[in-house]
Design a protein around this ligand. Sequence first.
Ligand code: GTQ
Length: 372
Amino acid sequence: MSKKEVFTQAQLDQYYDGMKKEHLGPLWYDLGHMVTKEPVHDVKPYLWKWKTIRAYALTAGDLLEPGKDAERRVVYLQNPSLVERGLIGYGTHTLYAGIQLLMPGESAPSHHHSQSAIRFVIEGEQAYTAVNGEKTYMERGDMILTPAWTWHEHKHEGTEPMFWMDGLDVGLVRTLAASFFEPYEEESYPMEAPENYSTKQFSMGAFKKLNEEKAPGYPSPIFGYKFERVKYLLDQMTEEDNDPFDAYAIEYINPATGGSADSRIGTMMQKLIPGQHTKAHRHVHSAIYHVLEGTGYTVIDGQKFEWEKGDFFILPPWSYHEHVNTGSEDVFLFSFNDKPVMEKLELEFSEEYKENNGQQTVESTFVPNTDV
Ligand code: GTQ
């Protein structure tokens, strides 16, 4: 006879009701919900067309001016699967992406915050982000770091609209209840360093191949990571460097540590040659993708997400995914992720898709909103 059977149903009901009232709980019922066998999450994949995002950002160009009407002029990506719980500005449970627009002559004032931020340049030139008084000029395809708590501001000295993506660890910092924000006492932080200084000094050591170990090198951080350099390195890669899951891929690193460029936000550029179709795998870290060049699709847990230049899509945690280049040109996929956090916390695991020679069966195709 088991111990349970000594009690009548009425006694058990009374016991569990009483426990609930005392805000206590029976782990023998709930362990499986808390310590799940695999990651459980409510982050669904999604895809936004560049045409739509760009149109909404441009209208904001007529609507308000940064520094006057708003701290920043940004249209952010809201994952519909996360909005219900009031998770505003969530692309994944940890990551945020927004598209920032500066019109010629405009600037956005200096501030700092405990969130880490990266920028990825989409359109325009002759605008800079200044980080702790060092101007880094931004060109299409460049990645610019704004490490947590560094003072940063933006200014556009060019003649055409300037668009870039902001990537921040908004969800992570909110979950950890660690958000701090402060405007600088003046509009602009003193420009102390020569322009593009760290980019010129340290660009050579600022990238590594995806699976490569990189020993610590230079003693100083870099803010501006040039696409020119990324493209050169990817084009130098040989079949040997071709990762089965991520194709030709480099990660942006901090040359002072050999680790991720930002300590919490990971950044990666992947190249797929025409016809290339990777194998599927899944990992604990989540990511937000931006299509810099090319056309193709990504299959995420059996759902096909077709993309072209400029589009953005969400890769949720622990979701099988594979990428395909369907065009006649190379594909360049930029993405940022929470891998450094998962690695630091010793929570990063990955698993390859074993059936079907490593490629998923497409069960459905995502239909993006194309009203604009
Ligand atoms: O440019 O500093 O998209 O602080 C969100 C928060 C951009 C910025 C965003 C920010 C910024």
